[in-house]
Design a protein around this ligand. Structure first.
Ligand SMILES: [Zn+2]
Length: 118
């Protein structure tokens, strides 16, 4: 079971107590009513969805109920660190650990042109 460290409760708790809440550090436009539809689309809907290091908001739903931020590796699904909401984005470059190959269904069961499993 994945354990997530809540920076408010200051302990690791089961992932079942938490809920992801999207990307962290999204800057809301100062005067949102005056921006173009294109600018609103970019602010509200478009996300980078990078492979590797990502900064996300999480909520300790079945604990203290508070929002916090996390740096997570999307390949290994490991939490690199968590920190309180409002704290600046930590200056960490890439994921701390090298990645093990990810076994996907497509890689394991893909077929070549002759229909033979690889
Ligand atoms: Zn908590």
């Amino acid at each position: 079971m994945l354990l997530i460290y809540c920076p408010y409760c200051q302990e690791e708790r089961s992932e079942l107590e938490f809920r992801g809440a999207g990307d962290a550090h999204i800057a809301r436009p100062a005067d949102i009513a005056s921006i173009s539809d294109k600018a609103f689309e970019e602010y509200f809907f478009l996300r980078d969805n990078p492979k590797g290091l990502i900064f996300e908001r999480w909520r300790h739903m079945h604990g203290c109920g508070r929002f916090f931020n996390a740096a997570r590796d999307t390949i290994s699904d490991k939490f690199i660190m968590t920190y309180k909401a409002g704290e600046p984005k930590p200056d960490i470059g890439v994921a701390a650990e090298p990645h093990a190959p990810v076994e996907t269904y497509e890689a394991a069961f893909s077929e070549n042109a002759e229909g033979e499993a690889q």
